[in-house]
Design a protein around this ligand. Structure first.
Ligand SMILES: Nc1ncnc2c1ncn2[C@@H]1O[C@H](COP(=O)(O)OP(=O)(O)O)[C@@H](O)[C@H]1O
Ligand SMILES: O=P(O)(O)OC[C@H]1O[C@H](OP(=O)(O)OP(=O)(O)O)[C@H](O)[C@@H]1O
Length: 180
């Protein structure tokens, strides 16, 4: 059986990368897609492939991505090779923009969407604590926080205001309902 693409979405600082890493730690069969980003290398957080604008444009033009978008002044690409992992039967977590969900569902009909939420004050505190972006950049990220999901996208809503383990429990329970 094919694996499922599991899109993890939500505002900056909500905990997408933290929840994904903790989910994969609990279920080693769950993979995490390594994104290609025009971000400086080694800024911490997720494991990503850092590339320059020219390399990104070349990759996009030669079909290296199954999905790509632009946000926060950066370009993001999802390697088309994720289809090989899915064909091998592996469920794959991927951190996506809310803006590409309709396109993603058309391209991956069996995909599941996990929508993480948290209160605005929680987001502000976490972004400051993460320390990856300067204050002005944090402000513009917070301004996008309440963006809604595109019409017609069905998602599992998961609150991540409390301990990380609670969000991870909720996400795993939604994906892998226990058989009674
Ligand atoms: N449930 C949580 N409780 C406390 N801190 C959290 C929780 N979830 C995430 N964090 C912290 O918040 C910051 C942002 O999390 P991150 O996973 O980078 O979010 P995102 O990928 O959605 O921007 C990180 O410093 C992370 O350690
Ligand atoms: O359209 P949106 O839903 O607002 O999302 C836009 C981008 O923001 C996040 O990026 P990134 O992972 O660089 O930032 P984050 O870790 O602060 O969320 C997310 O992964 C998208 O790439």
């Amino acid at each position: 059986m094919s694996g499922r693409l599991i899109a993890v979405v939500g505002p900056s600082g909500v905990g997408k990368d933290s929840v994904m890493a903790a989910m994969a730690a609990r279920r080693p069969d769950l993979g995490i897609v390594r994104r290609v980003i025009t971000r400086a290398p080694d800024l911490g957080g997720e494991d990503y492939e850092a590339v320059g604008e020219t390399a990104f444009a070349h990759m996009a033009a030669t079909g290296a991505f199954c999905l790509s978008w632009q946000a926060h002044g950066l370009r993001y690409g999802i390697p088309a090779a994720v289809r090989d992992d899915l064909a091998d039967g592996r469920d794959m977590l991927v951190n996506l923009s809310r803006g590409v969900l309709a396109e993603m569902q058309a391209a991956f009909p069996g995909a599941v969407v996990l929508h993480l939420t948290a209160r605005p004050e929680t987001l502000a505190k976490r972004l400051a604590g993460r320390g990856r972006e300067p204050r002005e950049v944090i402000e513009t990220r917070l301004a996008r926080a309440d963006m809604s999901l595109p019409a017609g996208v069905r998602a599992v809503e998961i609150a991540n205001d409390g301990p990380l383990s609670e969000a991870v429990d909720a996400a795993l329970a939604a994906l892998y309902p226990a058989r009674v």
